[in-house]
Design a protein around this ligand. Sequence first.
Ligand SMILES: [Zn+2]
Length: 107
Amino acid sequence: MRRLYVTRDLHRALLLRQALENHGIACAILGEHSSFGASAFGGLLERRLEVWVIDAEAAKEAERVIEALFAERPEEAASPTGWTCPGCGERIEAAFTACRRCGRERA
Ligand SMILES: [Zn+2]
């Protein structure tokens, strides 16, 4: 399992899951159900949805699927306030949790 994307927007999380499944990439949304969210992520006020790929080997392809999806549907892209990778200086979209170039986790 590898965490791919974090959002508070259920619609976006479901859209990503659909796109990934269309590409044959198994994935899961954690925090989708309020009961699970309450126990694992600190409750409804802090609802946080995480999209995970089941097979870490598929993470790179999954990131490409997401990038392609947002390129087609810019209205679905996360806010433009991204972060800069401390490892390689790559500019990363806000919702991604790891650098797409070198794989370093967001600090
Ligand atoms: Zn990097």
